[in-house]
Write a protein that binds this ligand. Structure first.
Ligand SMILES: [Zn+2]
Ligand SMILES: [Zn+2]
Length: 241
């Protein structure tokens, strides 16, 4: 089901030993103003670009890449994707945009042990995830793009600058790695993460009416049951202090 709902397309990640983030393409194709949400793991850019083209979307219509956050499994193939759409802008929440511009990759790798492991396995070097950010997103911004209106919610806790994109008319939530299907939530032990902050972010998301949940990994859910995020937050509350 590549088209999830009007103007929202799903390209599933292809997990390896490390997971590969899903990509969502948002916007009405007729608008010629499309956005790609997240990129994925190293080496996964090629098939994602092909998948976008298979949807009948012109790469020239993709105007920007918006990152829900900048963990390695989301930003790993950003360079590969940008090579195919060099005109597209890069939008990241301000709290992660600055480290990315400075080449501070602690937030990308999350922990030092993981950094050395990935750098040797994927032949990465320091500075590979340094990018210029065209727009630094802020809490509460409204993004009118491609015939749809998306609200930016800053929901830290899994990472410092995690955002959700919320489309109120169709009740679509793209929460990155903050909340998944099946009562799962993002990990909160990495650089920039904080369990008690994550608890607050979950409660914030719980206030939204969500029918379509499009997380960074695992299942997407259409027909989310009312109170799902609140129930998830409740289940995790004892661990998020
Ligand atoms: Zn993450
Ligand atoms: Zn992820």
């Amino acid at each position: 089901m590549p088209e999830i709902t009007k103007g929202v397309y799903f390209i599933p990640g292809q997990d390896e030993m490390i997971p590969d983030a899903h990509v969502y393409v948002i916007g009405m194709p007729s608008s010629q103003d499309l956005s790609v949400v997240d990129a994925g793991l190293m080496g996964k850019g090629g098939y994602k670009i092909q998948a976008i083209q298979k949807l009948g979307i012109k790469l020239s219509d993709i105007k920007r890449i918006i990152m829900t956050h900048t963990h390695l499994d989301h930003i790993g193939c950003l360079k590969e994707i940008r090579a195919q759409i060099p005109h597209a802008e890069l939008w990241i929440h301000e709290d992660e945009a600055d480290p990315i511009e400075d080449g501070d990759e602690r937030g990308v790798y999350g922990m030092e042990m993981f950094r050395s492991m990935c750098q040797s396995q994927y032949r990465l070097k320091s500075g590979d995830f340094k990018f210029k950010v065209d727009r630094k997103l802020k809490e509460g911004e409204k993004l009118d793009m491609g015939g749809l209106s998306w609200e930016v919610l800053h929901i830290p806790g899994h990472s410092a600058g995690s955002i959700a994109l919320y489309e109120r008319s169709q009740k679509v939530l793209i929460p990155g790695d903050v909340v998944y299907a099946d009562y799962a939530i993002g990990r909160f032990d990495l650089h920039g993460a904080d369990g008690s902050v994550l608890a607050k972010s979950l409660l914030r998301l719980a206030e939204l009416e969500v029918e379509i949940l499009l997380p960074g990994h695992n299942r997407v859910v259409k027909g989310v049951k009312p109170g799902y995020i609140r129930d998830t937050a409740k289940q995790w509350a004892p661990y998020l202090r």
